[in-house]
Design a protein around this ligand. Structure first.
Ligand SMILES: N[C@@H](CCC(=O)N[C@@H](CS)C(=O)NCC(=O)O)C(=O)O
Length: 251
């Protein structure tokens, strides 16, 4: 069976998996996940009845892979092209990417919660017809997502400091080079996603609506970390330009 990627088109975690699969020339189909409403089916597929579940998830003949790093490792073992995990250093960067993404999600979802336009964009078309009720349901869902991923465990100032610490570490490691390690690897794919919470990449790769793109990015950080945004854009231009091999299937 062709592997199926359950994913969110606007999520940098899903982009970590898509990019890894594409970099390794893996053929797959992708299905859009609907937070909350899609959860019962996701739990059934993962046979995980309690605890948090999230996407991306890759359904393969060998079973379901429930994490973007696992998916990237699977792609590395099954595809062709550059080695994505040449050393354990990559695993450390994947973990720092997760720290930066978690911090970025917490601060950006605080902004989304205060922006009616951004909430409307996240509301499925049929629920949008319900007007204020549809928006209130989305708002509760976004607040739940923020709590689910530890957003309320720290203050926004602490999340902001965590995000900046990860960005500073990336800057120190790159020293102006094109890739974090000697060659392109999953460390680059993973760390490039943290920049989503500084300035969003081209819509081709992370499909955010206009209001959410504004909420995800941080103009102040974009100025201070313009070098890193430039690094991310150059990385995409050089290593991600190839069209995705994925075929979209209806959800
Ligand atoms: N460990 C996971 C984390 C993925 C993750 O945080 N996914 C979020 C993206 S916002 C998600 O599925 N959100 C929807 C939900 O929780 O319902 C990975 O890297 O694959």
């Amino acid at each position: 069976m062709t592997p199926v990627l359950l994913q969110l088109p606007y999520s940098p975690w899903s982009e970590r998996a898509r990019w890894a699969l594409d970099a390794k020339g893996i053929e797959y189909t992708q299905r859009r996940y609907q937070p909350l409403l899609g959860e019962p089916e996701l739990r059934r597929r993962l046979r995980r009845w309690r605890g948090p579940v999230s996407v991306p998830v890759l359904l393969t003949d060998e079973g379901a892979l429930a994490d973007s790093v696992e998916i990237a490792r699977w792609a590395d073992a099954h595809g062709s092209g550059p080695t994505l995990f040449p050393s354990d250093e990559v695993v450390r960067w994947a973990s720092r990417s997760q720290d930066g993404l978690a911090a970025g999600r917490a601060v950006s979802l605080t902004r989304v919660l205060a922006m009616p336009d951004a909430l409307d964009e996240l509301t499925p078309p049929w629920a949008r017809k319900l007007g204020a009720v549809g928006r209130a349901v989305t708002k509760a869902g976004v607040a739940r997502t923020r709590r689910k991923y530890g957003g309320s465990a720290q203050t926004d100032a602490e999340h902001q400091a965590n995000l900046e610490a990860v960005l500073d570490e990336l800057r120190a490691a790159l020293k102006g080079r094109a890739t974090i390690l000697d060659a392109f690897s999953f460390a680059d794919i993973a760390m490039a996603q943290v920049l989503c919470f500084v300035a969003v990449p081209d819509r081709r790769w992370v499909k955010l609506g206009k209001a959410n793109a504004a909420a995800f990015g941080d103009p102040e950080l974009a100025k201070r970390y313009a070098d890193l945004v430039g690094w991310r854009d150059a990385l995409y231009a050089r290593y991600r330009e190839r069209e995705a091999t994925a075929t979209n299937v209806a959800s």
